[in-house]
Design a protein around this ligand. Structure first.
Ligand code: KG4
Ligand code: ZN
Length: 338
């Protein structure tokens, strides 16, 4: 059986994973997140430079972690997109070099297919059809996944503005809570009343796209609420605002995810990404999935966020299916080149 080396460099995480036959053997991760904080967002040049210095040490660390050597690697898989071009080039260049030097096949992997595959490392194969909700600082997407190897992942919807995690981070800043905002809001909300402020549920009107997401209006609603409290000289009930905002996000995400399952006759929902760690998102997803007879799968946090293991997981599926090297069959992002 083939050991697949997976490499992920699409954003600010340098991720390396080793997978054989559906089993994660070892992984390593390095993040340049701290270097971007003062710029208020990921700076592609800084991310790329960080990948250049972190990649080879991460490959070594993942191999050590798995008690393997490069000679054990039988295939290389790499994120080909979507992502920051300069950052992707580092991973793709390195993957080509490893594959060439080792004389093993190279597979291009779609980043979102990687997120969908992450759960297979925690809970085994996905059923023939599943809906995947990816909610992080960079994505808010619903995907229909049929067969990760033979069928293109279908992109059902996206956010039209901010990603869900981005909304958590921006609202935390408005409320004077620390970065990253998601965990801070999650903590603050514990002492709050989720019904205290009636924040809008974006894109849930009759004429709105039923699966579409938008979070920028919700963020503005929080900002207005805070401004009017200040203007009226009222003390801001931070816990109540945090809980009410979190409720609006959790309600919208879970409602639309379940709607996607119903529309596509799917009985498994996978939730991944940093926001999948949110206690209210998890609780509401569990409750609504149970009511709808849908199986809910949420991988552990380490596999939820960007990582190399998920890319190796797709590579492993490709190898086992006998796919030809570099032919992923994924058409979600046509601009991918390799
Ligand atoms: O997937 P991730 O670690 O990184 C990328 O975006 O690639 O997601 C990070 C995002 C941040 O916006 C963070 O605030 C959010 O996930 N997050 C949370 C929680 N933990 C992390 N959002 C809500 N509740 C949480 N408990
Ligand atoms: Zn991602």
């Amino acid at each position: 059986m083939t050991v697949v080396l997976g490499i992920e460099t699409s954003c600010d995480e340098t991720g390396v994973g080793l997978v054989r036959d559906g089993v994660l053997l070892g992984d390593a991760l390095s993040s340049s997140m701290d270097e971007h904080v003062r710029f208020g967002g990921v700076v592609p040049e800084i991310a790329a430079r960080a990948h250049v210095s972190a990649l080879v040490p991460c490959v070594r660390a993942a191999l050590d972690n798995a008690r393997l050597t490069l000679d054990d690697v039988g295939a290389v898989a790499v994120t080909a997109g979507p992502g920051l071009a300069t950052a992707l080039h580092v991973g793709v260049g390195a993957a080509k070099a490893y594959a060439q030097a080792l004389g093993v096949p190279l597979y291009a992997v779609h980043h979102l297919a990687g997120h969908a595959a992450a759960d297979t490392l925690a809970h085994g194969e996905l059923p023939p059809r599943s809906v995947v909700l990816i909610v992080s600082g960079g994505h808010t997407s619903l995907l229909l996944v049929r067969d990760l190897v033979r069928d293109p992942v279908v992109h059902l919807s996206d956010t039209v503005d901010d990603a869900a995690g981005e909304a958590f981070d921006k609202v935390a800043r408005i409320l004077g809570l620390p970065y990253p905002g998601g965990p801070a809001i999650d903590r603050a909300a514990r002492a709050g009343d989720p019904t205290a402020v009636a924040f809008p549920r974006p894109l849930t009107g009759r004429n709105d796209p039923p699966l579409g997401f938008s979070f920028s209006g919700l963020k503005t609603a929080v900002a207005r609420h805070v401004e009017s409290a200040h203007a009226a000289g009222r003390e801001l009930a931070v816990a109540d605002v945090a809980a009410s905002f979190q409720e609006a996000v959790a309600d919208t995400l879970t409602r639309k995810a379940i709607r996607a399952c119903r529309e596509h006759d799917v009985s498994t929902l996978v939730v991944v990404g940093g926001v999948a760690a949110n206690s209210r998102v998890r609780a509401l997803a569990e409750q609504r999935c149970a009511e709808a007879g849908i199986e809910l799968r949420v991988p552990p946090p380490r596999l939820c966020t960007d990582n190399g293991a998920m890319i190796a997981a797709v590579g492993d599926l490709l190898v086992r299916s006998g796919a030809r090297s570099s032919a992923t069959g994924l058409s979600v992002q046509p601009s991918i080149e390799l």
